[in-house]
Write a protein that binds this ligand. Structure first.
Ligand SMILES: Nc1ncnc2c1ncn2[C@@H]1O[C@H](COP(=O)(O)OP(=O)(O)O)[C@@H](O)[C@H]1O
Ligand SMILES: [Mg+2]
Length: 233
């Protein structure tokens, strides 16, 4: 229990929409351990992204406990929350969210610079290059996102997410915009990096075959998170 990366207990999220409060996440109790890959499936609108936002400290739970590395997020101010996020958590988006005017290397370096603003620039560039090499893009450092394929853009997104050596990677339908073959190789890479770095991954996906590759599978339904039966391997 002590080395749990992230956990929630009886966590609820209410959001206001047009004057009425919506109960988005309902009494969620969940934990993810170091190096563990957990998948979350569930219909659109069921609350998957909302859960990711709460775990990433981007959305504040209405009540209940949310803790990252044993620290209760409720006790942190905005600056502490941002530090916690930058130093513990990586996020991988469906739409990559790369900065179009920056090269692949600059996109990765920026994430590291923001996370650890006291690192010397040589160190930042060296680590950013190493992260790009880890995702097989050493030859694409100076390319702008527009000059990269979708699969390559998502690899830059992955390099950016792992360059800070997060203990938890939150991935929100990361293969949703990739064709099947590209998606498969992106996920192989993601799993390999998770294993190598003992990084926990929360993988939100529509793809059941992908979900089955996780160590543990969960399903979100109308804001309720349930554990699915153990994956047969
Ligand atoms: N900022 C917001 N304000 C109000 N309602 C929201 C907001 N963001 C999401 N929702 C609602 O929360 C529910 C869950 O959304 P979401 O977490 O994005 O689901 P999923 O990722 O599973 O598709 C949906 O009904 C959505 O409309
Ligand atoms: Mg979503």
């Amino acid at each position: 229990m002590i080395d749990t990366i992230a956990r929630t207990r009886d966590m609820n999220l209410h959001l206001n929409s047009g004057g009425s409060a919506l109960h988005i996440l309902k009494s969620i109790t969940f934990a993810i351990n170091p190096g563990e890959v957990v998948s979350v499936v569930g219909p659109s609108g069921s609350g998957k992204t909302s859960l990711l936002m709460v775990l990433g400290g981007l959305e504040k739970a209405s009540d209940g406990v949310v803790a990252i590395g044993g620290t209760n997020l409720a006790g942190l101010d905005e600056d502490q929350l941002a530090d916690m996020r930058r130093q513990n958590i990586g996020i991988l988006f469906q739409n990559f969210h790369l900065i179009p005017s920056m090269t692949a290397l600059e996109n990765v370096a920026l994430a590291l610079e923001i996370a650890f603003d006291d690192l010397p620039v040589e160190e930042i560039m060296a680590r950013a290059k190493a992260a790009l090499a880890e995702v097989g893009l050493a030859q694409r450092e100076t390319h702008l996102p527009s000059a990269l394929s979708g699969g390559e853009q998502q690899r830059v997104g992955l390099a950016r997410a792992i360059v800070t050596r997060p203990r938890l990677l939150l991935a929100d339908e990361p293969t949703g915009n990739l064709d099947q073959e590209t998606a498969a190789s992106a996920i192989d890479l993601l799993f390999a990096l998770a294993r190598r770095n003992n990084m926990a991954v929360l993988l939100i996906t529509h793809d059941n075959n992908l979900a089955k590759r996780a160590d543990r599978r969960m399903r979100m339904n109308r804001g309720e998170l349930q554990e699915l039966e153990a994956t047969v391997s």
